[in-house]
Design a protein around this ligand. Structure first.
Ligand SMILES: Cc1cc2nc3c(=O)[nH]c(=O)nc-3n(C[C@H](O)[C@H](O)[C@H](O)COP(=O)(O)OP(=O)(O)OC[C@H]3O[C@@H](n4cnc5c(N)ncnc54)[C@H](O)[C@@H]3O)c2cc1C
Length: 457
């Protein structure tokens, strides 16, 4: 599908001077990148959004039916880098989401947690507005998956999809957690006595609680590989890690400083959550200064604890989790799932292998980037991109530019979670928003060749 605005500048069409830009993936990161390009890339361009997933929306990954409640507050979900209250303002123009009026108190909307589909509608509306504002952009939706991105001999990049090659000035990879298959999560829509939910993140907890609440299961075994479960949000979450001493630049020093600040916050009653939020603002600088060995140590020993403190549950949901554990409705098991069968799982624990029987098993583990797909295999084998040393994604700089060993930028960006080995927290909405605008600006500064009419050889 191609959208050419009726008032599309005739001159742009005739000169062939259109820059061609591809975005691969239409999840939140891809749509956010498209919005940032539409808002800041100030030359006429042809934008192609690739994704075989049939829906085009603003945050489908986040708004998946399996996770109706976002775990970030309204105040942290603006997708406008300047108007930090843009999401709240958008919500306030449409009172339907808060029909019970629970958030009528001053400031309550900022601290509210809203369903994913509301956020998705907000992102989509901002995308539609940004597109409407551009009379010099042709937008095309491609329903093909991209199988390779290659250097073009005359400059730019070839995108291979549906057996065809097309040449682009710039390509933004936003493939997140890999291809989505479009199937709804229908598991456990009936009733089950015993359910297993695999995963220790907010998505897994949410799924377990909803199974119990809907009568979908009488008992849930929640399997967390690290044994950790998400911590709760607090009301305010403000605070700072810094004292008058300079911030340490080693992993050990930084976490000692974090612990001390959190202990001080516990004593004065302000809560560790604000300290953690502040720490995350510094995490990027700290990460850059760590040695490869320290980064590996972080992944092995610290990441599960770090994740359980950064991805937090809304207070009411956390209280329900504690109650369910206390009443025996949820049993938490630590272990690695070796195999999933129709009637349960094979679990590897410190005590050896165990078989856990269940009527239904739901896998809510956090997926990682699909670096074994043909797309990434091709990028790595041709040296266009490099796997980061933690195997979490691709080496990138802060604006998502793919950095290869020769330090040569060829117009390729890897956005959002694809940069998790280089940029901590780049899987979260505020960081993705900042990165999308930084990437669009970086592209605007670059001399583009305008390859629109050239078909790749
Ligand atoms: C359930 C859930 C709740 C979340 N809640 C929050 C929250 O409250 N706050 C917060 O800050 N963050 C939250 N996040 C995290 C965050 O926003 C995610 O990091 C973000 O959704 C990642 O989006 P993405 O577009 O990069 O990846 P994805 O959502 O995985 O989308 C990738 C897209 O790329 C497509 N694709 C993959 N490979 C190809 C290919 N070869 N060719 C073409 N297309 C391809 C896929 O089909 C898919 O549509 C949540 C995430 C989830 C999943």
């Amino acid at each position: 599908m191609t959208l050419v605005p009726s008032h599309f500048a005739q001159q742009s069409r005739e000169t062939g001077a259109l820059a061609r830009i591809a975005v691969v993936g239409r999840g939140f990161t891809g749509m956010m990148t498209a919005i940032a390009l539409l808002k800041t890339f100030d030359r006429p361009f042809h934008l192609v959004l690739h994704d075989p997933y049939p829906r085009i929306d603003g945050g489908e990954g986040i708004a998946h039916t399996a996770s109706p409640l976002l775990n970030s507050r309204v105040r942290d979900l603006s997708i406008d880098p300047i108007l930090r209250d843009d999401f709240r303002a958008w919500l306030e123009t449409d009172g339907r989401w808060d029909e019970g009026g629970q958030t009528s108190a001053d400031g309550a909307v900022d601290h509210a947690f809203v369903p994913g589909e509301i956020f998705s509608a907000y992102v989509y509306q901002r995308f539609a507005e940004a597109l409407h504002g551009r009379t010099d952009v042709i937008m095309q939706i491609s329903a093909e998956s991209v199988t390779a991105v290659e250097r073009h001999a005359q400059g730019g990049l070839n995108v291979v999809s549906g057996g065809e090659r097309a040449r682009f000035d710039a390509v933004f990879l936003a493939t997140g957690y890999g291809l989505r298959d479009g199937r709804e999560d229908t598991a456990a829509q009936g009733t089950a006595t015993e359910a297993i939910v695999i995963g220790g993140g907010v998505h897994a907890v949410d799924r377990a609680l909803r199974l119990l609440a809907s009568g979908g299961a009488a008992h849930v075994t929640l399997i967390s590989a690290s044994g950790f479960l998400p911590q709760p949000h607090t009301a305010a979450a403000v605070g700072t890690v810094v004292s008058d001493k300079p911030f340490p630049n080693t992993l050990r020093g930084a976490f000692r400083s974090l612990r001390e600040a959190a202990n001080r916050a516990a004593v004065d009653g302000s809560g560790w959550q604000g300290i953690m939020n502040d720490f995350r603002q510094r995490a990027c600088d700290l990460w850059r200064g760590l040695t490869p060995e320290e980064r590996r140590r972080f992944k092995r020993h610290v990441k599960p604890i770090y994740d359980s403190h950064r991805n937090r549950l809304p207070p009411a949901q956390y209280a329900r989790l504690r109650e369910a554990i206390a009443s025996g409705a949820i049993t938490v098991r630590k272990g690695k799932v070796e195999r999933i069968a129709t009637n349960g799982v094979l679990l590897s624990t410190a005590g050896g292998l165990q078989v856990l029987a269940a009527d239904v098993t739901i896998d809510c583990r956090i997926r990682s980037a699909d670096l074994d797909s043909s797309l990434f295999r091709a990028l790595f084998s041709t040296g266009v991109a490099q796997r980061d040393e933690l195997d979490l994604g691709v080496f990138v700089d802060a604006s998502g530019r793919v950095v290869n060993g020769e330090d040569r930028f060829e117009g390729l960006f890897a956005m959002g979670p694809l940069g998790l080995g280089s940029l901590p927290d780049i899987d979260l909405v505020p960081q993705i928003v900042t990165q999308a605008y930084a990437a669009a600006s970086a592209l605007a500064e670059r001399q583009l060749i305008g390859v629109d009419v050239v078909r790749a050889e």
